[in-house]
Design a protein around this ligand. Structure first.
Ligand code: FES
Length: 146
């Protein structure tokens, strides 16, 4: 093996490890919730967004609801105490299940990307994600499924 070949192999390995590290980090940050469904309404407790760090309270930007009534999960973003979005994690291009990476929702099918409001950031998808009406009260977030 010559020097150039060695550097090429080492560089590729380092990039692969860096990519794997990012992937594992993003998976570790996803908080899954079950929620409860009744009358076509998914209910998620607001406490699912809370992160307790000793005496300090912070909030998750989103949770993913993975429940038996839907073929695809729903990501619920929290923008403020009363402002949320709920998006079906199904790509509008050809129906692949989407992955959440912080405020970006990505498709492994052909590379489409969507914002945390469901807008297309990058194609080939042209239509925004299916979103659901969201209501809140003091304790819960309610997502109207139909
Ligand atoms: S299925 Fe998502 S980009 Fe094609």
């Amino acid at each position: 093996m010559d020097r150039k070949e060695f550097i090429t192999i080492c560089g590729s390995s380092c990039l692969g490890l860096a990519g794997l590290s990012l992937f594992l980090e993003s998976c570790a940050n996803i908080h899954y919730v079950q929620g409860t469904v009744s009358n076509n309404r998914l209910q998620i407790n607001k406490s699912d967004f809370v992160i307790l760090n000793e005496a300090e309270i912070s909030y998750r930007r989103f949770v993913v609801a993975d429940f038996k009534y839907s073929e695809f999960p729903i990501v619920v973003y929290r923008f403020s105490e009363r402002n949320y979005s709920a998006l079906l994690l199904r790509c509008t291009h050809q129906g692949t299940e989407l992955n959440v990476h912080g405020d970006l929702i990505m498709c492994s099918g052909h590379g489409s990307e969507f914002s945390n409001r469901g807008d297309v950031v990058q194609g080939p998808a042209e239509q925004k994600l299916k979103s659901y009406p969201v209501a809140t009260d003091e304790r819960n977030v309610y997502i109207q499924l139909a």
